[in-house]
Design a protein around this ligand. Structure first.
Ligand code: NAD
Length: 333
């Protein structure tokens, strides 16, 4: 671990931006500053964390010797800001989803190629040991070929994000709705484990959340190559749970994200063999994620979601929304 103190700017200090600010600070490896267009929020960041604050990106760039930025604005701004700051020679960490469409992807790819800086996307499931270890197990062939996957997930969104009506969540074009905001985590993790989604057939509805019209419930029948996959999720159920079942030729793996554990059961076994990892607070995952990003900046390997993996999950999001709109299965190019 380097003793250099990197200079990192958090852009957008809402719900997740504040967490990144706190967790990058807790890494002890960087000097953090904050940028937001909301002056009340900026004053709160200064008050709570003692950081320098800036009302615009341009102001921060001109006054600081920055090494990196963490982009925590709503999703329609992720790529425009990433391209701008890659062109300034900065390392860039981008919140999920990567974008709301693929229009700027080629330009972003070119900016990354030119800048030669570290870029990653903050799909935080990559830092969960119960996902990463299960992935290792599956990818080492311990189930033989994977044949079938099913995921069931949901939470009571009004409890976890009471402001959902007032934020990006309420509008697709800002990255809202269940597919782009929530299901995208499970799909990205599944792609990380078994490979990219190639076909999507998606049904959605607005079932329960008051004050918005975007989908809060989704059923997806997908193929990831030869693997058949089903995703079911909603944002109104009482339990806050995500379960992923991966079935192969010789047995199965079950990941229970809410229990922070994963297990395996091979043909002939009587019960699951669970691998329980040390219980973690939510900040612990984000501190691990901050450290991984700083490692990446220093030229080291990381488990973080790459730009291209996030482009692939963006393609899933778009295909799922299109399938829901047209009622047809969509091939993911
Ligand atoms: N990884 C996770 O677990 C997780 C959790 C929540 C949100 N997110 C993602 O993070 C992003 C932000 O979500 P949020 O919940 O923090 O939203 P939020 O609405 O709480 O915060 C967004 C902030 O960005 C600021 N902003 C907007 N335009 C700006 C600009 N041009 N310059 C500077 N600041 C600007 C807003 O003022 C606001 O404070 C979304 O893409 C969301 O999907 C990820």
């Amino acid at each position: 671990m380097s003793l250099n103190r990197h200079s990192v700017l958090i852009i957008g200090c809402g719900s997740i931006g504040e967490r990144h600010l706190r967790c990058f600070q807790k890494s002890g490896r960087c000097v953090v500053s904050a940028c937001d267009i909301n002056p009340t929020l900026l004053a709160a960041m200064h008050e709570r964390y003692g950081v320098s604050v800036f009302a615009s990106i341009e102001r921060a760039i001109s006054e600081l010797q920055l090494d990196a930025v963490v982009i925590c604005t709503p999703a329609h701004l992720h790529l425009p800001i990433a391209i701008q700051l890659l062109n300034q020679g900065l390392h860039v960490f981008i919140e999920k989803p990567l974008a709301i469409d693929a229009v700027l992807v080629p330009q972003a790819r070119e900016a990354i190629r030119q800048a030669q800086r570290f870029v990653a996307v903050a799909y935080v499931y990559h830092l969960m040991p119960w996902i990463a270890d299960a992935r290792e197990f599956v990818r080492n062939g311990r189930l033989g070929n994977v044949l079938h996957v099913s995921s069931v997930s949901g939470q009571h969104f009004p409890t976890f994000r009471p402001a959902y009506r007032e934020i990006y969540y309420a509008r697709h074009e800002l990255g809202g709705g269940a597919i782009q905001d929530a299901l995208t985590h499970t799909v990205n993790a599944t792609e990380w484990i078994i490979g990219p989604c190639t076909q999507v057939f998606c049904d959605v509805a607005h079932q329960a959340l008051e004050g918005v019209t975007v989908e809060d419930t989704a059923n997806v029948t997908a193929r990831h190559g030869s693997v058949l996959v089903s995703y079911a999720m909603n944002q109104f159920q009482a339990p806050n749970e995500t379960t992923l079942l991966i079935h192969g030729q010789t047995g199965s793996v079950k990941i229970e994200v809410h229990q922070q554990r994963w297990g395996s059961l091979r043909h002939g076994d009587k019960d699951w063999t669970w691998q329980q990892t040390r219980a973690r607070e939510r900040d612990d995952l984000f501190i691990a994620q901050a450290n991984a990003f700083l490692d990446g900046m220093e030229g080291n390997l990381t488990p973080l979601c790459t730009f291209e993996e996030a482009v692939q999950t963006l393609k899933f999001n778009q295909a799922a929304l299109l399938s829901a709109k047209t009622g047809h299965p969509i091939t993911v190019e």
